[in-house]
Ligand binder design. Structure first.
Ligand code: SF4
Ligand code: FES
Length: 345
């Protein structure tokens, strides 16, 4: 949610992409906000292609996105990822809070496929759309997407703030998983369906970002380099910027990247666990959100003393007859306005 006046200029982004390619980065996700709102998105995409980076445009598909598709395709864009909020327009627009958006997204998807670009559809799953998972799969197939992500909400940042409005019941989560498994068999060879499991009902955590500072980095619009997209929720981390450092310097030397890199920072039960270099102790942002300590074992793990309270919390938040209204993110609502009472004690 950086202000436009704080954004990196075109030349700096180009330098960052050059440095990323030299550092060994293979794949760049041009994300946002909405990346097609950048006037120079075509120029930046072409530059990534020239630098040898595989380019994925992560877009809402509304606004300027469709008008820019021809130019992006000509620039060599490799792949498009489109978010949808639900399978049916009325519900999708209720969740997204934007009238007319669903129809625009369907048109955009059609245009992407007509241009021969591979399309991934991303659907974040929660209480408001978990009953539409079967229809979402059918819709993605009808859209001729190559890949569908059925991604259960990860509760940190703004989703943490909205957790009690978004949490599905365990039965709903289990039903969605069964639908994905059945559809994977039915549509084998036609569409790949990725599933991000609901952490609050899991027994083990996910290896978030593939391990902190191991495989991925995020550069914000204003140039801060983050180990994961929610890292700024962790207080006390010093995020270096590409405005005055090279990307390689940030990657190897910044205190934020070294804070949870590897396994030396771990305490028990992770320190002596034989899975510590498989899941890397889970998600630091989720550990912070639920325990108040970013270096704690992710409570999604059954070995965490807070695992049972986490599941109890999910059961209680998902069982209310009426969920509370959504709190939407706006340019004026900075992350430091998030309440801290979402953690467990
Ligand atoms: Fe992973 Fe730590 Fe749980 Fe072991 S104890 S499974 S390393 S989160
Ligand atoms: Fe930050 Fe998982 S989102 S480590």
């Amino acid at each position: 949610m950086d202000r436009r006046s704080q954004e990196l200029d075109t030349a700096t982004w180009m330098r960052v992409f050059n440095e990323a390619a030299r550092l060994g980065v293979l794949h760049v996700h041009l994300s946002g906000g909405e990346p097609t709102a950048r006037q120079d998105i075509v120029e930046l995409t072409a530059h990534c292609v020239r630098s040898g980076l595989y380019t994925n445009l992560i877009t809402s598909g509304v606004g300027a996105a469709e008008a820019r598709l021809d130019a992006l395709s000509d620039a060599g864009l490799d792949h498009v990822q489109l978010s949808i909020q639900a399978a049916h327009g009325d519900n999708a627009e209720r969740i997204g809070g934007m009238s007319g958006a669903h129809a625009q997204k369907l048109n955009f998807a059609r245009s992407v496929v007509e241009r021969g670009l591979p399309l991934t559809v991303n659907a974040v799953i929660h209480r408001g759309n978990v009953g539409e998972v079967g229809d979402l799969i059918e819709l993605a197939v009808a859209m001729r997407a190559k890949r569908l992500e059925i991604a259960h909400t990860q509760y940190y940042g703004w989703a943490q703030l909205n957790r009690s409005a978004l949490m599905p019941t365990r039965a709903q989560a289990d039903a969605s998983i069964a639908l994905v498994e059945e559809a994977r068999r039915r549509f084998e060879g036609q569409i790949v369906i990725d599933l991000v499991l609901p952490d609050y009902y899991a027994n083990y955590p996910k290896p978030c970002t593939g391990g902190w500072g191991r495989r991925t980095l995020n550069v914000t619009p204003s140039g801060k380099v983050l180990p994961c997209h929610a890292a700024e929720t962790i207080p006390g981390l010093d995020f270096w910027s590409v405005k005055n450092r090279t990307l390689a310097d940030v990657w190897w030397n910044s205190p934020a990247f070294n804070a949870f890199r590897g396994t030396d920072w771990m305490s028990e039960p992770c320190r002596s666990c034989d899975r510590k270099d498989r899941d890397w102790g889970g998600c630091r942002c989720q550990a912070l959100a639920l325990t108040g300590d970013a270096s704690a074992t992710d409570p999604a793990c059954h070995k965490s003393p807070l695992h049972k309270p986490m599941q109890t919390l999910a059961t209680s938040e998902s069982s209310t007859s009426e969920p509370p209204p959504y709190v939407y993110r706006t340019i004026r609502s900075s992350p430091d306005k998030q309440p801290s009472d979402t953690k467990m004690t």
